[in-house]
Ligand binder design. Sequence first.
Ligand code: S3P
Length: 496
Amino acid sequence: MTPPGPHGNGPQLGRAPRSATAPCLRTHRAGPSRPLAGSPGLPVSHDSAPQPLTARPGHALAGELKPPGDKSISHRAMIFGLLSIGETRVEGLLEGDDVLRTVEAARALGATITREGEGRWRVVGTGIGGLQDPADVLDFGNAGTGSRLMMGVVGGQPVTATFDGDASLRKRPMRRILDPLLQMGARVVSEAEGGRVPLTIKGPPEGIPIRYELPVASAQIKSAVLLAGLNAPGVTTVIEKAASRDHTERMLRLFGAEVRVEPHGEGGHGRSIALTGQPTLRGTEVIVPADPSSAAFPLVAALIVPGSEVTLRGVMMNPLRTGLITTLIEMGADIERLDEREEGGETVADLRVRASRLHGIDVPAERAPSMIDEYPVLAVAAAFAEGTTRMNGLHELRVKESDRLAAVAAGLAENGVDHVIEGDDLIVTGTGAAARGGGTVETYLDHRIAMAFLVMGMASENPVTVDDGAMIATSFPTFRPTMAALGAEIVEGANR
Ligand code: S3P
């Protein structure tokens, strides 16, 4: 097969992708985008003009909200639906751009997927071994999780697929996924320099079961190996030194696979996960709880806007996802966990959050996997806390949708917040009073950088502008109306 890309297989990639580091390229777009039949709308268009947004300080936030469905579980619901026999019904799916890309990819690989109502989807899968070669490049847009998990699927099955995405995804390391897949019998037919997308993977007729020690704590790598292991005869084992989110393990069991999870190593932080290959996965019902990573934005806003009281309904409390709540409580946050209950195999709770006087703390590196997506908004909380907050061991933040360590530091600098990066640690010092604000923050195609600094603008002395809010649609498409309903003021443009 010829290499993918402008001169390779599949449709022409057209113009250059919009850059995650060079905002001057933002009139360009990533690979092909096709309409999504039956979905609530087109994925966010990466060729539209940037959409600056400004958050202005205003009055206290009040009210209640249900954050959108969890992104990690939503991707997995589609992927497991694809790999199952029979029908999977999903309730509460996150209908953000990232997940819609996974919907499209699952369709291209052979699933029949229909939207039956808001957040309600039906998937009829092909079963393991029944996938078809996609006719087109799989364009994952901004979605690291969707693309990496689907690489695991393709890398374990007798299909060939080309993966691509926007300028942000094209910068992200994929070697970490390809290395174990090669050991499992997949071939990487072509790849962009440094193991990046666009890349083409050809899966084997049957995978080779392996024992794989994760080089970094990453649920994406773990999940890719386990998904590839579904078509391997025998036991595929993944060892992680620090436990990362366990949604894949839980859903493997829910769909009928046999998975053994045991503690691993000293200190009780690690796990060994053993999957018995070639199960029959059967379609089932998936209820998607509210995403704690999206809840983090209104939660921190309620803590730092004086006089606020907000209740967040049905937020997933999986202990591998609640590092931010633990941290904020240590900082003095008034967060009550109410009405803890089971929903779709996860514990959920309502969180009552009241504006609080926060103080700086040391956040241990071991906690990072349980709050890996929450550091941008924690840095904002730290800017309003009294004293120094040291966030340790943030190396993985450099390879997220943007280099989040650099993007957060630049945003703090723009808004007059005292901070320093020491190695992989971010140290933020607040005075206990409102941050100065008044800056314009570059978001580098990163939804969480955009939302974090809009939260800052709700509580700072002066408004805060983000250069582009379009990517917010990848994970929290209703962010603006949700925040407006609580009383926040977010306006279009660099309006002061
Ligand atoms: C995710 C895992 C995390 C996280 C991402 C979602 C998942 O990435 O940052 O937003 O759903 O598995 P890593 O596994 O690379 O840490």
